[in-house]
Design a protein around this ligand. Structure first.
Ligand code: HEC
Length: 100
């Protein structure tokens, strides 16, 4: 019984390590949006650290689905194409925390 418990705990620990943190996921966004998401990406986007999590989450899901965006949405579509729902949620929760 004890062995089983340890096995279960080990799986949880591994999962926790494998999950990407917001900081890790945001690294590839910082080049355009700024380290603290404080810039207008390529001079075109809004400053997204001022956005609420749910707004960011629906924007990112919308870029992925092709249902959201402005003239430069193609850029964002390629940014989010490989992110899963969980990673998008993590980013959406992380970005507002960057606001100073
Ligand atoms: C190559 C530059 C670039 C990178 C890298 C980039 N973005 Fe963007 N982002 C843009 C541009 C340009 C827009 C405005 C696109 C449009 O016209 O809809 C934008 C728009 C957005 C918006 C909506 C803001 C608005 O004004 O509608 C969000 C949210 C966002 N980006 C998040 C991210 C996240 C999260 C990442 C990393 C996974 C990321 N971006 C990576 C350039 C970039």
């Amino acid at each position: 019984m004890k062995k089983l418990l340890f096995a279960v705990l080990a799986v949880f620990a591994i999962n926790a390590m494998a999950a990407d943190s917001g900081a890790t996921l945001f690294k590839k966004c910082a080049g355009c949006h700024g380290v603290n998401a404080e810039k207008k990406a390529l001079g075109r986007s809004e400053v997204i650290n001022a956005w609420k999590s749910d707004k960011i989450e629906s924007a990112l899901n919308g870029y992925k689905a092709g249902t959201f965006g402005g003239a430069m949405k193609g850029i964002m579509k390629s940014q989010v194409a490989n992110l899963n729902k969980e990673q998008i949620k993590t980013l959406a929760e992380y970005i507002p925390s960057l606001k100073k």
